[in-house]
Design a protein around this ligand. Structure first.
Ligand SMILES: *Cc1c(COP(=O)(O)O)cnc(C)c1O
Length: 438
């Protein structure tokens, strides 16, 4: 029996966790008997088998420049031709190669192939940031008179980009509440071109039912975009549900080390073609050194995600039992409003935990933030270092009380991005902070 078949026959959740066919072939070429046995016996019941092999090897040539084991970085703005004939052949598309770095870089292609493999997609496009990816995708796909429907818990800069910037060019943005599929469907008109959501959302961690989202979109011939930054391809792979485009702020879990900005969109090559062309015009490309950091981060992606998931769960369970905590939002807890959808669709629940301190104002809540000693205070998430923030102080500081209420940002709310530290150390640190500030 071929290796991949033995390997796949062990899967409990075949339909959700099957890698794409190219990936199966790929696995067959890169995996030895021994390491296949190891990963089958050690993997959790629900997981994308073989992911770490892809993290390490996918997209990379076996033999590289200088015979190095790692990929080279090409710090170049342009590429040269040996003679005029080579240039003529290139423009006549006889010879695929690089020309100018706004259109492509060899490292970019390696990272894109790796990211496409991790999502089970055909192609990926890399950008200088997550927001550059959002902007390029929506600008390439929408025109004056079109409508886009956004789930209202989407990243505030995505909402701002759609309303303020796309609005100037005649694109209409409609916001619908997360998890209400009737309102979502009734918002669709013949002008609607795109349904855009995150899953899980931030900081409420609402999990979308991607089967329902795609069913509604297909019925009305609308394309779907999922910003899966918080989910990551370790926990959910939206393309397997029929979602058209998956995007990530690769700044977060994919790079994973709080040291670089980057963004990516994964889809079919055809659907991405206009976006690729626009990127070549506007130039929000990821710099070679940043691609190197992303590539390096991706090598340990599966290992990091296992610990992020473990830490998120440990911290959420601890906080949910703590007398000073009013409530905890974490999709892995049975108390979470979207726990059933999360259980059905996710392989793990991520490192982000949102919680509310009982009976205190914003200042006493800030005292808890100030009393922890492991998580650093700051925006962002998904890196090896834990980061804590109070949304009213950080991401929503410029909102009025009414605006904050409308988007469900409470004064006593804290968002913790669990890094990869020891789970007991994180729990002990929070325990100490909650006691000390009582
Ligand atoms: C951070 C983030 C973005 C923006 O990404 P940048 O890399 O900071 O531009 C978009 N969506 C989500 C869900 C994010 O967390």
């Amino acid at each position: 029996m071929p290796l991949s078949h033995r390997y796949l026959s062990k899967l409990d959740v075949l339909d959700r966790c099957l890698p794409g066919i190219e990936i199966i072939e790929y696995l067959e070429t890169v995996m030895t008997k021994e390491n296949s046995k190891d990963s089958v016996s050690s993997a959790s019941e629900k997981s994308y088998k073989g992911l770490s092999t892809l993290c390490v090897h996918a997209g990379e040539a076996r033999q590289k420049p200088g015979n190095a084991i790692t990929d080279a970085i090409f710090c170049t703005s342009t590429y040269t031709f040996a003679d005029t004939q080579e240039a003529i052949d290139f423009v006549a598309e006889k010879r695929p190669r690089e020309e100018y770095s706004r259109y492509g870089n060899p490292s970019e292609k390696v990272a894109e192939s790796k990211l496409a493999a991790l999502e089970g997609g055909q192609s990926a496009l890399l950008f200088s940031s997550g927001m550059a990816a959002v902007a390029a995708l929506l600008q390439a796909k929408l025109a004056a008179g079109d409508e886009i429907i956004l789930v209202d818990e989407c990243y505030h800069r995505t909402r701002q980009f759609c309303r303020e910037h796309l609005g100037k060019f005649g694109v209409v943005t409609k916001l619908v509440p997360a998890g209400d599929y009737d309102i979502l469907e009734s918002a669709i008109t013949p002008q609607t071109k795109i349904l855009f959501t995150e899953s899980p959302t931030n900081p409420h961690l609402s999990v979308l039912d991607l089967d329902r989202l795609v069913e509604i979109a297909h019925k009305h011939d609308v394309e779907t975009v999922v910003d899966a930054t918080l989910a990551t391809p370790y926990n959910v792979r939206p393309l397997e549900y029929g979602v058209d485009y998956v995007m990530h702020s690769a700044t977060k879990y994919l790079s994973g080390h709080n040291d670089v900005l980057s963004g990516v969109i994964i889809s079919s090559t055809d659907k991405l073609e206009p976006v690729r062309k626009l990127r070549g015009v506007t130039g929000a490309v990821c710099a070679p050194n940043n691609i190197y950091l992303l590539q390096r981060g991706l090598k340990t992606f599966e290992l990091r995600m296992q610990r992020h998931n473990e830490n998120g769960m440990a911290v959420a369970e601890f906080l949910s039992r703590h007398p000073r905590v009013e409530k905890v939002l974490y999709p892995g807890l049975p108390s979470h409003p979207y726990h059933d959808v999360a259980k059905k669709t996710m392989c793990g629940f991520g490192g982000l935990v949102t919680f509310y301190i009982k009976d205190v104002d914003w200042r006493k809540t800030a005292d808890v933030v100030d009393a922890v000693s492991i998580p650093r205070i700051g925006p962002s998430l998904g890196g090896v270092e834990s980061i804590i923030e109070q949304p009213i102080v950080m991401s929503y500081h410029d909102f009025t009380i009414e605006q904050r209420r409308a988007v469900g940002i409470a004064d006593n709310m804290i968002r913790l991005s669990c890094g990869i530290e020891n789970p007991q150390d994180l729990v002990d640190d929070l325990d100490h902070a909650l006691k000390e500030t009582q």
